[in-house]
Write a protein that binds this ligand. Structure first.
Ligand code: ZN
Length: 402
């Protein structure tokens, strides 16, 4: 259904999902709520075979056909998500995982598309797969009709319609639905501004989410509780996720032109490689509250030692394990340049799943950057901006109030 950008080191994106396996290196997760959908679909399909029309079919066969059709529908949702994922992979965007949920699937991407065109292709791939499947099931259903096989024809027709609806539903232009992503890509392409596109995407999600809420309230008032709650959940999902992209675009606007050197801490804490962890913990971590060190060998950086690296070594070995043995070697360290835009540094840290990085200039560590520093910097800028906005408003209001 949706393609989602993973913005934080996430444990379990929605909670309570289990890993089914991996296809083409992409892990597939199933959320428990999918079981409800499976049962509901099975029941609705099985009960569709009325004894008057299908006198020859036993209740057992009804349920078997129902369950098979429901499973094929869920496989269709998975195929839709793989449409997004495979195109993303081809365009060089890493796919973290695919999760199937109560109202569809989510393909989580590790980074943003580089271009509007790439974004458009990734977003359109899912609905394209759904429409192709709808067509394939339609052909199957026509063949079954020609061969006079009503027991095959009924589920195939059902799957053709279900895939058609899945494709159409996802084209609703409300971010993060595929339609909203397509809209974002088009605005991005036309205006050349990603921020403008993000703004539009966020707005589209708010509007569509609101429409879903309104219909949900109407349905609940009509006594259709289940459908109402269903739409409510979808509306909530859309509003929530489009709110995230709105926040993201606000953040990018605040950090425009800000470089890493403006947010970093230029006190680099160094430890000699031969120093034992016990001494580092006692004197530096507990003694001075430091938690991130550049390990040096006669002034040359050899690696990075963070609190995580220290804790990974069993406590009773701290007396004889040296910093150089517990560190992440310099060749594997993710480092940033002081002139790197802060948003890019943050994206790099997110992609590589690290919370602090050394800032390196001409091979020499000149500072340390952490997520916390970026957030603090962002908060300061947001406060300053809201202060300036208020002052401007007051200045503008003052003459007219007289
Ligand atoms: Zn989709």
């Amino acid at each position: 259904m949706a393609v989602r950008l993973v913005s934080e080191r996430e444990r379990d994106p929605v909670g309570a999902s289990f890993r089914l396996g991996a296809i083409r290196g992409i892990p597939v997760f199933l959320h428990w709520s999918l079981a409800i959908i499976f049962l509901l679909l099975t029941w609705s399909i099985a009960s569709g075979f009325s004894p008057e029309v299908f006198p020859e079919i036993s209740p057992g066969a009804q349920w078997l056909i129902g369950a098979t059709t429901a499973a094929l529908y869920i496989a269709s949702i998975l195929a839709h998500e793989f449409g997004h994922a495979i195109v993303a992979q081809r365009l060089g965007v890493q796919v973290r995982r695919i999760t199937l949920l109560v109202f569809g699937g989510v393909a989580e991407l590790a980074s943003e598309s580089e271009t509007a065109r790439a974004e458009l292709r990734i977003a359109a791939a899912g609905p394209a797969v759904s429409f192709a499947l709808a067509l394939a099931f339609l052909v199957g259903s026509l063949l079954a009709t020609a061969a006079d096989q009503p027991l095959l024809q009924a589920p195939l027709t059902y799957l053709a319609i279900a895939n058609l609806l899945l494709g159409v539903f996802n084209l609703i232009p409300g971010y993060p639905l595929d339609g909203g992503r397509i809209l974002r890509a088009i605005v991005w392409q036309r205006s050349g501004s990603k921020e403008r596109a993000d703004e539009r995407a966020a707005q589209s999600g708010q509007v569509i989410g609101f429409i879903f809420f309104s219909i949900a309230v109407f349905l609940v008032l009509q006594g259709q509780l289940l459908s109402g709650l269903w739409l409510l959940a979808i509306g909530w999902f859309i509003q929530n996720n489009s709110g995230l992209i709105g926040a993201q675009s606000g953040m990018n606007a605040l950090l425009r032109g800000v470089t890493t050197s403006q947010a970093m801490d230029d006190h680099v804490q160094m430890v000699p490689g031969r120093q034992m962890l016990r001494q580092i913990v006692d004197e530096r971590v507990l003694g001075m509250g430091e938690r991130f060190f550049v390990v040096t060998d006669e002034g040359t950086p050899r690696g990075i030692l963070s609190l995580t690296d220290i804790v990974r070594t069993p406590r009773e070995r701290w007396d004889w394990v040296a910093a150089s043995q517990a560190m992440v070697p310099w060749s594997r360290v993710v480092a940033v340049h002081p002139a790197m835009p802060l948003t890019e540094a943050l994206q790099l840290m997110t992609e590589r799943e690290v919370s602090q990085v050394p800032v390196v200039h001409e091979g020499r560590p000149v500072g340390v950057l952490s997520r916390e520093m970026i957030i603090n910097n962002l908060r300061l800028r947001a406060e300053l901006k809201s202060g300036v906005d208020r002052a401007t408003q007051q200045r503008q209001r003052a003459p007219t109030s007289r």
